[in-house]
Write a protein that binds this ligand. Structure first.
Ligand SMILES: *Cc1c(COP(=O)(O)O)cnc(C)c1O
Length: 390
């Protein structure tokens, strides 16, 4: 099945097996369950029983897990309460005391904070690497256990050569995990490209409506048993209503991503022609340094990218951002509505140096591009007025 078909068909419950035949409906019911009742003692001791306790899964959670797993091309998906939780769970399942782990310098900054403040407490050594490094194997040590990737990088959008990283890591038994939030499993598939684990903040594009927190970890055959075991030991579970809302969002992922891509690229090209703009960090632009790898490994671009402004004051950036009417000032991305967020990559990089001017990240939603351009044009006029008054 092609992806568009999987998005519609995967994880749909079957009458008789999952739901009673006389109320077969399109979407799975929301099972609010802790206790699952067993008909008798032999059922209680049957290891093959699909449902045993709310924390271990319900038909609602299994539906979303199955759909995401089919899209990622994995063997098992586990749902957790947030994207950050998916990252911490994956790391806790595979990094052990005395290990050395390699983390891309461009990761989502809370991933860094978890590694620095939490994993180090368990005697795990964390080393950050340049996401565009040519040969990752030069950093491998006998005790290296994990390479953590995120492509493109948060805020700065560096594209990683995941197949090359996986080819170096796999023969040494090093686990490769990739935060796949930006592209969603529709536009990038870390597992078929060689990663062991793909991590999603389903909060973003998959749920797609800015109203849910949810994370997902998808594992290949080699890592699935350890992931499932670690997940259970950590007591992980996901809330039924959030799972349902995410499954509902998923069903329209491909139509939404197509529009995010179209509107995002239209604005990225418009920004490129603006005199106030130094560079646009968008992997689908031919001029972007990581573009050839993006073109090889991704099947599309989401609506999230950054703009590097020519040097200007923080007051001028504030004048641009704060007066925007159609771009909400807020964290996150992936919803139907446009967002804006200034960032300073200098504060969240250690292996590489960020020396460019002010950076502003945009998430482009489904508003009419002409209206977005008008809003931004007024924003640049405010920026210029502020700068010339200095
Ligand atoms: C938002 C985000 C996360 C964290 O997801 P939450 O659901 O907010 O916990 C992780 N990785 C990336 C790349 C993100 O953008």
């Amino acid at each position: 099945m092609k992806d568009d078909t999987k998005i519609v068909q995967a994880g749909r419950l079957k009458a008789d097996g999952d739901v009673p035949r006389d109320v077969e409906v399109v979407n799975p019911p929301v099972y609010h369950a802790s206790t699952v009742l067993f008909p008798d003692l032999s059922a209680l001791s049957d290891p093959k029983r699909a449902y045993t306790y709310g924390r271990h899964g319900t038909p609602t959670t299994r539906a979303l897990e199955a759909a995401l797993c089919a899209l990622e091309g994995g063997v098992r998906t586990m749902l957790v309460p947030s994207g950050l939780n998916a990252i911490t769970t994956a790391l806790l399942c595979f990094a052990k005391m005395g290990n050395h782990i390699l983390v891309a310098d461009s990761v989502y900054s809370p991933t860094r904070v978890f590694c620095d403040r939490f994993l180090t407490r368990f005697g795990i050594e964390v080393e950050y690497y340049d996401p565009r490094l040519g040969d990752i194997a030069t950093l491998f040590r006998p005790n290296t256990s994990v390479v953590f990737c995120e492509s493109p990088g948060s805020q700065t959008f560096e594209i990683q050569d995941l197949p090359a990283i996986a080819a170096a890591a796999r023969p040494r038994g090093i686990i490769v995990m990739s935060d796949n939030t930006w592209a969603s499993p529709l536009f990038y598939k870390p597992l078929p490209l060689g990663a062991h684990l793909s991590i999603q903040s389903a909060t973003k594009y998959i749920a797609g409506h800015s109203d849910v927190m949810l994370g997902a970890i998808t594992a290949d055959a080699e890592t699935a048993p350890a992931l499932v075991q670690g997940y259970r030991l950590l007591g992980q579970a996901a809330a039924p209503d959030d799972v349902y809302a995410t499954l509902r969002g998923l069903r329209t992922l491909s139509v939404r991503m197509a529009r995010h891509q179209e509107n995002g690229l239209a604005l990225a090209r418009w920004f490129q022609a603006r005199p106030e703009v130094d560079r646009v960090l968008h992997p689908a632009l031919e001029s972007f340094p990581g573009h050839p790898i993006w073109k090889r490994d991704f099947s599309g671009a989401s609506g999230t990218f950054s703009v590097v402004l020519k040097p200007c004051s923080t007051e001028a950036v504030a004048a641009l951002v704060e007066g925007l009417e159609l771009f909400g000032l807020g964290y996150s991305f992936g919803g139907y509505e446009s967002l804006v967020m200034p960032a300073d990559p200098r504060t969240i990089r250690t292996a590489t140096r960020w020396q460019s001017g002010p950076l502003v990240r945009f998430h482009v939603g489904f508003e009419d591009v002409d209206d977005l351009v008008a809003d931004l044009t007024a924003g640049f006029a405010r920026l210029t007025a502020k700068e010339s008054r200095k």
